[in-house]
Design a protein around this ligand. Structure first.
Ligand SMILES: [Zn+2]
Length: 329
């Protein structure tokens, strides 16, 4: 076969086009492609949060179901050992006892607590004892958030929300159904007493809320100094609900009178008594992250046994005629 000059030219063009096509395909294949929605320029990467400023993980849910006898046992170990060679920290004992039992509350918890005390007595440190307890850090953070400010120098420095000398009655009512407005759970403890009973600030803190709330009526909200606890006192007296020496933003000391027991609430209108039985609704909210203060992520814990413990320290009050207020003696 005779290959003409024209055929040679066509073959040469064909080979050239083939090589060019392969080259184009290879170049396209290895060129890094930037996703259309990624507008990040390399220079901006440093500006965005580094690991140090990224949001830290925080506890999303917690409960307090420690029975009173266990709470008291830990409290006694702590307060009685204060000032001796080995001081047992009640929050550490409780955290160990519950974490060792995988969060289950049963008879083993008390035994675990005694076991923890024996190990500490032998000279072991709490870090050594708990190094293999997976749930210890969680329970320690939760219990420390609730009870962390309770003891100082081996004594209870927080107060019952009901003043000394005033009768009140309460029962385990956390989680009961409430139907005013909408079906919901009762997130506190109702302390039944007489209208006008002085209501006490449990802990030092700052008044964050003082005024009317449809559900709580006249209510006071006090935040602890570390920001972790929000104490909620609701259904205060209709006509003279608050101690008038306080306003939102003020700091209060544990034991001071912040208001008076009543039956206000369950009304969108201010100053209405729609609660049948006079009582203080006492609630405790835990805040591990500020996003949990409002909205659907709130954590309220059962304070029934805490109220029982706080009964050990009632604030004595005296009446001041000129201001018509009760104050801490
Ligand atoms: Zn209530």
């Amino acid at each position: 076969m005779i290959i003409t000059f024209r055929t040679k030219i066509l073959i040469a063009i064909g080979i050239f086009l083939g090589v060019a096509a392969v080259a184009i395909i290879l170049v396209l294949h290895f060129t890094p492609r930037i996703p259309p929605d990624d507008c990040t320029e390399p220079g901006q990467i440093e500006i965005h949060p580094t690991p140090e400023t990224s949001p830290k993980p925080y506890i999303k849910w917690a409960q307090f179901d420690v029975p009173y006898d266990i709470l008291l046992k830990a409290y006694n170990y702590d307060t009685k050992s204060y000032g001796t060679d080995i001081h047992y920290n009640w929050i550490e004992l409780l955290s160990y006892a519950v974490a060792k039992n995988y969060g289950n509350i049963d008879k083993k918890v008390a035994k675990n607590m005694d076991e923890c005390v024996s190990l500490l007595k032998e000279g072991k440190t709490i870090d050594e004892i708990t190094s293999n307890l997976k749930y210890y850090p969680f329970y320690h953070e939760v219990y420390n958030s609730i009870l962390g400010g309770f003891l100082q120098d081996g004594a209870l420095k927080v107060y019952s929300p009901i003043a000394k000398g005033y009768y009140f009655n309460h029962y385990e009512d956390f989680g009961n159904v409430r139907s005013y407005g909408y079906n919901r759970k009762h997130l506190g403890n109702d302390l039944l007493g007489s209208v006008g009973t002085p209501i006490i600030a449990v802990e030092d803190g700052t008044i964050e809320a003082m005024g009317w709330n449809q559900f709580g009526g006249w209510r006071v909200g006090i935040r602890s100094g570390d920001g972790r606890r929000y104490y909620y006192y609701a259904h205060l007296r209709k006509d003279h609900p608050f101690n008038n020496k306080f306003k939102v933003g003020d700091t209060v000391k544990a034991g001071e009178v912040v208001g008076y027991l009543g039956r206000s609430g369950y009304s969108a209108k201010e100053g209405v008594n729609n609660i049948d039985t006079p009582h203080l609704h006492f609630g405790l909210q835990l805040i591990f992250d500020e996003s949990q203060k409002e909205g659907n992520n709130q954590i309220w814990v059962d304070v029934y046994n805490i109220v029982n413990l706080l009964n050990k320290n009632r604030s004595e009050v005296i009446y001041d005629e000129p201001t018509k207020e009760w104050n801490k003696k």
